[in-house]
Design a protein around this ligand. Structure first.
Ligand code: OOG
Ligand code: MG
Length: 250
């Protein structure tokens, strides 16, 4: 039998010690997605006990490119806390093997639950923004692990940066360009995220076992594969009509 608290503590200790561990399904045997979300939830409780606050959620594996990169098949969600939000700068050595990916973020103004349609989701927005997610995995090599492993590990979440907040609007069909030190590294259409980033929000609300609170930040998912982050890099993201943002890795 899997003890969700035990596995959550194992991940949390790896996070705090910046240590890679073998995938949980290897060490403890297979478990299903429901159990994985229970482990994730217990891990979030450990963060809350340290004073962190939940500020939103992230969707993952919403793009074909990301699914191919991780060799995993269905969208998943993780929890974002205030301690994960950074501005402008971050220290690579605070993580294990961080990677960065271009995203679109939403901030909600109404609570959302159940089956929401496209129009209702747009009406429930307070803001939209370009965003960069900096992933890190607690697992060896950041690869070849199963979907339940990734979900248990809070979907490889580590840090995120929000770009300039814009008025609510449609975010489909926008060009996204991520550059490293001024050189184009990844390019995509925002439609590479779930077909349209707002659909990630609909999926999240349908998957969450509770309403999505008003004021939540939602990362819609990476539009392209993630790039390994190294000290000294400056990463910028330009999203057509939403503006530009930058983060420096020290
Ligand atoms: C899982 C997290 C995926 C995204 O935007 O697709 C994710 C991983 O790649 O380890 O954040
Ligand atoms: Mg992501």
């Amino acid at each position: 039998m899997i003890d969700p608290d035990l596995l959550a503590r194992e991940l949390d200790e790896a996070l705090l010690a910046r240590r890679e561990i073998a995938s949980l399904t290897k060490t403890h045997g297979e478990f299903d997605l429901n159990t994985a979300y229970r482990i994730q939830e217990r891990g979030v409780l450990l963060r809350l006990a340290r004073g962190e606050k939940i500020v939103g959620y992230k969707m993952g594996l919403t793009s074909a490119a990301k699914r191919a990169q991780m060799n995993l098949g269905v969208p998943i969600y993780g929890v974002l806390t205030d301690a994960m939000r950074v501005q402008g700068e971050l220290r690579v050595l605070d993580g294990v093997h961080p990677k960065i990916e271009p995203e679109i973020a939403f901030v909600t103004k109404h609570e959302l639950s159940g089956n929401v349609d496209h129009g209702q989701a747009i009406d429930a927005l307070q803001a939209v923004a370009p965003a960069l997610e900096i992933l890190d995995s607690r697992f060896v090599g950041f690869k070849y692990f199963s979907l339940p492993d990734v979900v248990a590990d809070n979907c490889s979440s580590w840090k995120f940066v929000l770009g300039p907040l814009q008025k609510p609007r449609e975010t489909g069909g926008l060009r996204m360009r991520m550059s490293v030190d001024g050189k184009l590294a990844q390019e995509a259409s925002s439609n590479d995220i779930s077909g349209d980033p707002i659909l990630s929000l609909l999926q999240l609300v349908a998957m969450l076992p509770h309403p999505l609170p008003a004021g939540s930040i939602v990362l819609a998912g990476g539009a392209t594969v993630a790039e390994p982050l190294r000290p000294g890099m400056t990463i910028s993201l330009q999203v057509e009509e939403l503006g530009e943002m930058q983060v420096r890795a020290r």
